[in-house]
Design a binder for this molecule. Structure first.
Ligand code: HEC
Ligand code: HEC
Length: 176
């Protein structure tokens, strides 16, 4: 936990968008990510590719992952804010209704109307730093070699334009 705190904050509320907030996140999701950062037997690369977190995850046993996930899941999440007045309406529209003409489903249908997610199935997004969310949606778009750990999110992210990604990420930062 002390190692993690330098980037993610002692209470899982990181100081800026280079590092995700982990506070209040569903523990099953956190464990899955830690496993996905490790290269699994028989695979050439990890399902989720990040050099820093690969090193961190490699040092953790399965039980350490469960323990550290339980710790961060139990911390109170700090709310965030949307910053771009001009794109909030578009972000909200995408989040609540998707983009029908591109076959993008509403984010709310899986991540919940207030971004709380559904424990063990869909992660919490509420209040996450927008820079981090933009980076993850771009990584899902690239898929293999970047973030290749969920088919549905690969399909969703691939259909969004850069400006739609920015708008929905900014909206999520202020969602609670
Ligand atoms: C040197 C900085 C650093 C340290 C220390 C660090 N992390 Fe991270 N962590 C990151 C970065 C950067 C990301 C985003 C990776 C990406 O873009 O895929 C991340 C992502 C994560 C994620 C994915 C979160 C999500 O919402 O999907 C989890 C879980 C995580 N870290 C857990 C930990 C744990 C547990 C520790 C301590 C054992 C730790 N981290 C230590 C930098 C760090
Ligand atoms: C069909 C269900 C579904 C829909 C619709 C969906 N998501 Fe997801 N999303 C998921 C799942 C499942 C994950 C976790 C993937 C994993 O295990 O790594 C996820 C993960 C994410 C993450 C990564 C969170 C983190 O902490 O790293 C972001 C960001 C995200 N979704 C944003 C969105 C946005 C924005 C939309 C709408 C445009 C959306 N999702 C629509 C199922 C969905």
């Amino acid at each position: 936990m002390q190692v993690c705190a330098s980037c993610h904050g002692a209470d899982g509320n990181s100081a800026g968008g280079a590092y995700p907030k982990l506070s209040g996140q569903h523990p099953e999701y956190l464990v899955k990510q830690l496993k996905d950062f490790k290269t699994q037997a028989g695979a050439k690369q990890p399902a989720r590719n990040n050099a820093i977190m690969a090193g961190m995850a490699a040092a953790l046993s399965d039980q350490d992952m469960v323990n550290v996930a339980a710790y961060f899941a139990a911390q109170a999440p700090k709310p965030g804010y949307a910053h771009s007045k001009d794109t909030v309406a578009l972000g909200q529209k995408i989040y609540r209704g998707g983009v029908a003409e591109k076959g993008v489903p509403a984010c709310a249908s899986c991540h919940g109307p207030t971004g709380q997610g559904i424990p063990s199935q869909y992660p919490r997004l509420s209040g996450q730093w927008s820079d981090y969310t933009v980076a993850q949606l771009s990584a899902f778009t690239q898929g293999s070699g970047a973030r290749n750990n969920n088919e549905a999110m690969h399909a969703v992210a691939s259909r969004l334009s850069d400006s739609e990604i920015k708008a929905v990420a900014d909206y999520i930062a202020g969602l609670h």
